[in-house]
Ligand binder design. Sequence first.
Ligand code: HEC
Length: 128
Amino acid sequence: MTVSRAPLLGAAILTAIVVAAGSAQAGDPKAGKKVFKQCAACHTLDEGKNRVGPSLHGVIGRPSGSAPKFRYSKAMKALDLTWTEDNIAKYLADPKGFIPKNKMAFNGLSDPQDIADVIAYIAQESSQ
Ligand code: HEC
């Protein structure tokens, strides 16, 4: 279920989040490991191991919707995007707003630092 927000306030908050998340903020992989617990119900960082969500091993720099054997939503398949850190940050700040009709049942992360940290953790785990 989507919770409706006051549109103006929502847009203002979203802009603030996107601006903050988009700036080169140093992520801490150790803190990100804790944040990733929220993702781990659906995602692994093991290559090729999909769960409810696709494996996030090596997702940074990967084209959207390209994890082998994962059944993406039409919305995600239709998207022509590279998962740069910036795009991942925007997606995590507002999954349904950034990609309408995608099927990730996750409300997003409200703290830009959490977003930077979890991306740093994904990067670290993907390089191992
Ligand atoms: C309730 C399950 C769930 C949770 C929790 C969740 N995700 Fe997802 N995620 C998905 C699903 C399902 C998709 C595929 C969406 C689609 O096909 O529309 C997805 C897609 C993604 C993608 C795009 C991957 C690709 O191959 O294109 C990224 C990046 C991502 N999630 C990151 C995260 C991160 C980081 C977290 C935690 C902060 C998280 N997700 C939490 C289910 C989840």
